[in-house]
Ligand binder design. Structure first.
Ligand code: NAP
Ligand code: F7E
Length: 342
């Protein structure tokens, strides 16, 4: 049975990747951060009592800012594949917490690579590594962006991802490690964090439709993103680690829409007049914006045989359907006297 180790297992992508790998018959190990409240909501449906002999999902406390802890986990788990998804992944927040973002995103990746290098050196095992790179690394470079496009990062988050990318390339060349850099364009889902623009929109529209709130505030509606479905994108991560040679791949739909287009489509489907309930708040604008991202994923399509399955309108409908249902549950709980947020 193959073993995978995932950092960032409690995030959106971590949860889809865990489902995908368990379906493939893997034993999956995840690194979770200690928190004062549970942070495992997205993988709760996959988790069984570790005493159950059938269980194939195991969690370990750890943090990519803690190098010795990472080494211990690697030695204990002895994985065949490592997926480094851990990140402070919010671009706007990275302007407020730049040093912290660099520590987790850039130096965090370096720490995982160092632990990997040490483990491979000591054990002689072959271990494959996936690095979660981002289209944000292209930043101001005009679309379409491909593996040949020069990076022009526009935020502390994006600069840190560029560093993580190049650490990966360097460890591949210097030590012969199998390092694959995915350069993934935006991917969303019903499990997307609620402060990213797509989920913020669908969550708010659900609450407005059900009378739980009146208005919400956004920033720049003109920026364009190449939005895909997260469930489709984790397959590309796995495919990158099944190749004979390690490489770097852009993963994208090749179709871009503005934030306003996402809002219009979601509002129309939800049956809400967005012009009456969306305001502008300067705090959601970024000091430097990424105006237009649209990926050319020809290489991934040709070499990995990957292509996205969920279209843009389907993605919007999936997210609105989910958030309508969540708003219904919230309304029921509130009517029963519970001051509960779900
Ligand atoms: P996400 O939902 O924000 O999840 C991030 C994960 O990283 C969470 O599990 C989080 O744990 C964990 N984490 C944060 N700081 C950590 C630390 N110091 N040590 C260990 N774990 C830590 O992000 P996502 O959307 O799933 O994205 C996954 C990865 O792909 C990230 O690296 C992101 O930057 C990158 N990426 C995402 C997209 C996208 O559109 N979604 C596109 C390109 C690249 P908690 O649950 O405890 O917070
Ligand atoms: O912003 C605009 C905002 O925060 C998208 C991360 O997963 O994808 C994500 O980064 C656009 C930007 O995602 C609001 O200015 C307007 O132009 O949803 P977002 P992002 O910055 O593209 C990349 C690929 C990653 O790697 C990142 O980890 O929407 N926008 N109004 C807003 N954005 C937010 N968050 N909130 C607003 O109110």
């Amino acid at each position: 049975m193959k073993k995978a180790l995932i950092t960032g297992i409690t995030g959106q992508d971590g949860s889809f990747l865990t489902e995908f790998l368990l379906d493939k018959g893997y034993q999956v190990h995840g690194i979770v951060r200690r928190a004062s409240t549970f942070n495992t909501d997205r993988i709760r449906h996959l988790y069984h009592d570790p005493h159950d002999p059938e269980t194939r999902l195991f969690l370990h406390y750890g943090d990519v800012t803690d190098a010795s802890g990472l080494r211990h986990v690697l030695e204990k788990v002895q994985p065949d594949e490592i997926y480094n998804l851990a990140a402070q992944s919010h671009v706007r927040v990275s302007f407020d917490q730049s040093e912290y973002t660099a520590d987790v995103v850039a130096t965090g990746a370096l720490r995982v690579l160092e632990a990997l290098r040490h483990h491979v050196h000591e054990s002689g095992r072959a271990v494959r590594y996936y690095q979660a790179g981002s289209s944000e690394m292209f930043g101001a470079a005009p679309p379409p962006q491909s593996e040949g496009t020069a990076f022009y990062p526009r935020s502390p988050y994006a600069v840190a991802k560029v560093a993580a990318h190049w650490y990966g390339v360097n460890y591949r060349e210097a030590y012969g490690l199998f390092v694959a850099n995915g350069i993934l364009f935006n991917h969303e889902s019903e499990r997307r964090g609620e402060t990213f623009v797509t989920r913020k929109i669908t969550r708010s529209l659900g609450r407005i439709k059900l009378g739980l709130m009146d208005k919400f505030y956004l920033g720049n509606l003109e920026s364009r993103r190449d939005w895909g479905y997260a469930g489709d994108y984790v397959e590309a991560m796995w495919l990158m680690l099944q190749q004979e040679a390690a490489g770097d791949y852009v993963v994208a739909t090749g179709e871009a829409h503005s934030v306003k287009e996402f809002l219009e489509l979601a509002a129309e489907y939800a049956g809400v007049d967005w012009t009456k309930c969306v305001g502008t708040d300067p705090r959601y604008f970024r000091p430097t914006e990424v105006d237009s991202l649209c990926g050319d994923s020809s290489r991934a399509r040709a070499k990995l045989g990957w292509k996205p399955k969920v279209s843009f309108p389907e993605l919007v409908r999936k997210m609105v359907d989910c958030d309508m249902e969540l708003a219904r549950r919230e309304r029921t709980l509130l009517a029963a006297g519970h001051a509960v947020h779900i």
